[in-house]
Design a binder for this molecule. Sequence first.
Ligand SMILES: *Cc1c(COP(=O)(O)O)cnc(C)c1O
Length: 456
Amino acid sequence: MEYISTRNNNKKFSFSEVFLKGLADDGGLFIPLSIKKFDESKMNSLKKLSYIDLATEIIYLYTGDFLSKKELNEIVKKSYSNFREKDVVKIVELNQFKILELFHGPTLAFKDIAMQLIGNMYEHFLKSNYRTINIVVATSGDTGAAAIDAIKGKSNLNIFVLHPNNRISSVQRKIMTTVEEKNVFNIAIDGNFDDCQNIVKQMFSDLEFSKSINMSGVNSINWARIVAQAVYYFYAQFKLDKDNISFSVPTGNFGDVFAGYLAKKMGLPIDKLIVATNENDILYRAITKGEYISKEVRETLSPSMDIQLASNFERLIYYVNNSSSEKTAEIMKKVKQNSYQIEKKDLDIIKKDFLSESCNEKETLEIIKKNYKENDMVLDPHTAIGVGAAQKLSLNDCVVLSTAHPCKFPDATNNAINKHEKLPEELQHVLNKNENFQILENNTDEVKKFIKSKIL
Ligand SMILES: *Cc1c(COP(=O)(O)O)cnc(C)c1O
């Protein structure tokens, strides 16, 4: 499988380049040269597979000669061996909806599903490449935890995670900062998530710096993450054995919901993908009114969705514009100037696949309260927004992606129902362990200096 950048589709890349670089040098996102659609008989054979084997079949389409199918199968098996659910994910009922629980991995958020796999892919890559890779990633809470768990203790890999100081839940922070392995470095930036992400972007674009430390990224634009997430759309639809269901997806960076779009492009008969947002509603305004204009980031009860510009949206822009990289590059210039209004004809194309709704803070708390009272189910604030969006759209055949375990967000559940969920046994220890993190100014040079001091 060959890849191109959304901003230049003349130059080809291999999976290993795409995997290690994350972002193309021209600032674009990697996408496969073509997306193969499964035919009916292949679909029927996929239906019979376990989650592990299904994941192997789907991911293998995109990894090329990076590894053999057998090696990939081993990696997938190993990646999900520490999940609390044998089938990795679990489907439960909530009134007229199905809830697809994706949080049974080691750090209690859906990000484990892709990240565990990526960690083991790095390990595979380093078996034949003698060097040390430094992973640097910004997090609004869950990415960092999942990445740390996936990378900790692996040889020839270090991981540096930047989180916004005091702006993530204490459980989220403790899962990251109580890890003892020597290759894990937590940095709390005096700023918000966008500041953290900007610092990482600036370090990547400083080629002298990024090459000197073999810098690599695992944020949600990494194509391997998208592919790993496409698997559970297939799995859910096969389990429910029904065509044309919709998926409601709590959305921040548009990675998870784009994985659903990929699954649809691969032939999975999905009806609509619902982009559920919190008060940071740029995607809601974009999809309903064509207004892709960012505002100040607001802190909400669902911090993992407190994002304005959604990086992965560029991939959709590319497809909506008939795979024209010139057009995409032009549009991304407008996005940079914060003046992109989606044309009517493009919006009509988007609306064939996507719907969107947004829930404010009050609504989020109400949804948590109502579902606890009526169904005895505690929803985390992100999942609550997925449920709220599906309700507002009056959808019946709808699967809501449940992206985090409610115990990760005790403030939200305390506020809504005066109760917080207990951490699973194997994570209880993080509550009382010593934390280890460095607070740094919102300044790229400071962060560079810190990283250099740790690895040289
Ligand atoms: C990351 C995250 C999201 C948003 O996912 P995107 O791929 O960025 O859209 C939603 N919920 C939770 C709990 C998350 O950690």
